[in-house]
Design a protein around this ligand. Structure first.
Ligand SMILES: CC[C@H](C)[C@H](NC(=O)C[C@H](O)[C@H](CC1CCCCC1)NC(=O)CCNC(=O)[C@H](Cc1ccccc1)NC(=O)N1CCC(N)CC1)C(=O)NCc1cnc(C)nc1N
Length: 331
């Protein structure tokens, strides 16, 4: 079997996140989920979520599904890097993504979500595509949709073809040659503690020389920006007129009129260039002439993160074979 579904930016003006339609239950209930390779819980706004915490999101109602089953005594609680959080109980039900079906997928129903989820009306929940070791369900952790679907897939892979300010695609079980150019460069993945961790072969700022220093980080579709070591980030913003590291805005900002250099990163021998237009993330507040950079320092995070700003510049194969690898191709 295979599956293919659109990854749609939640805001047409800048790519803070992408959502993908899924169906849950019988008859099918359609929700838009944020596919997140940086976590491994599949959780949804639900009939168990207090209405005071719901603002326009679609919800999953297990009682309306003839195939839902309560996973008795199981609970979950998750906190994300940006401090957002949610927790709740667990059902199993039929689940499909782009035509690919899993019969008894663990669906984590939110009984509590933090305010940033309530205010993000376009996200009805998350679908974790990290390694199942990260799943937070107690007393028995649950498998991700990808792990459940693997045995049905021609090839144990999924691919991310995220695009700038337009809909891209997540494919499951096959690699679509029409979505990339040249060859796919595969690199090793360290699945511990559960992220898609790989090592980039280096970077260049604009037309500057390529620095071959290895950068270990995670490929994370659920993170909007790229977070790299401070030395790299300062080298980048040294090339941007008027750039400052703003404590007020929590990162590097610059005049929206500034000329930005592109940013190149290496995977094996292949080089990926993030165009300057992706490197200006968004005005710090609506209508401001100060813009927030798409590249920020990872010093406060503890891990380097290749988020959507970088992933948009490539076609990425998440190969769930043993051992797992990451494939990168230009497009
Ligand atoms: C089992 C936990 C799981 C593995 C968890 N994984 C992650 O945090 C990475 C994961 O990819 C999550 C997935 C996000 C979570 C929020 C909702 C959207 C998806 N990524 C992050 O938290 C990275 C930082 N956040 C982001 O990048 C969010 C994503 C977002 C998008 C749309 C709407 C709201 C938020 N972007 C923003 O807040 N933006 C607004 C501000 C703008 N300047 C940039 C874009 C983890 O590491 N948690 C440990 C953890 C706990 N507590 C903290 C403080 N840090 C932690 N790392």
């Amino acid at each position: 079997d295979t599956g293919s579904a659109a990854a749609v930016p939640i805001d047409p003006r800048f790519d803070i996140a992408y959502v993908t339609p899924v169906t849950i239950g019988t008859p099918p209930q359609t929700l838009q989920l944020d596919f997140d390779t940086g976590s491994s819980d599949l959780w949804v706004f639900s009939s168990h979520t207090p209405t005071s915490q719901i603002r326009g999101q679609e919800i999953y109602t297990p009682d309306k599904s003839t195939t839902s089953k309560l996973l008795d005594g199981h609970t979950w609680s998750i906190t994300y890097g940006d401090g957002s959080a949610s927790r709740g109980n667990v059902y199993t039900d039929n689940f499909t993504v782009g035509g690919l079906a899993v019969a008894s997928q663990a669906i984590q129903c939110a009984q509590q979500v933090s305010s940033s989820f309530t205010t993000e009306e376009s996200i009805d929940g998350l679908l974790g595509l990290g390694f199942s070791t990260l799943n937070t369900v107690n007393p028995a952790s649950q498998l991700t949709f990808f792990d459940n679907a693997k045995s049905k897939l021609g090839s144990p892979v999924f691919t991310a073809d995220l695009k700038n300010k337009q809909a891209g695609t997540y494919d499951f079980g096959f690699i679509d040659k029409a979505k990339y150019t040249g060859e796919i460069t595969y690199v090793p993945v360290n699945p511990d503690p559960g992220y898609w961790t790989f090592t980039s072969s280096g970077y260049a700022v604009g037309s500057g020389n390529f620095s071959g220093s290895p950068i270990t980080g995670i490929a994370d579709t659920g993170t909007s920006l790229v977070y790299l070591p401070t030395a790299i980030v300062t080298a980048y913003y040294r090339q941007v007129q008027g750039a400052t590291n703003s404590r007020n805005y929590g990162g590097y900002v610059f005049p929206c009129s500034a000329t930005l250099p592109p940013f190149t990163f290496g995977v094996g021998e292949t080089k990926f260039t993030i165009p300057a237009s992706y490197m200006s993330y968004a005005p710090v507040t609506d209508g401001s002439s100060t813009c927030f950079g798409g590249l920020q320092s990872s010093s406060g995070i503890g891990v380097n993160i290749w988020g959507d700003v970088a992933l948009k510049a490539a076609f990425v194969v998440f190969n769930g074979a043993n051992p797992p690898t990451l494939g990168w191709a230009t497009k």
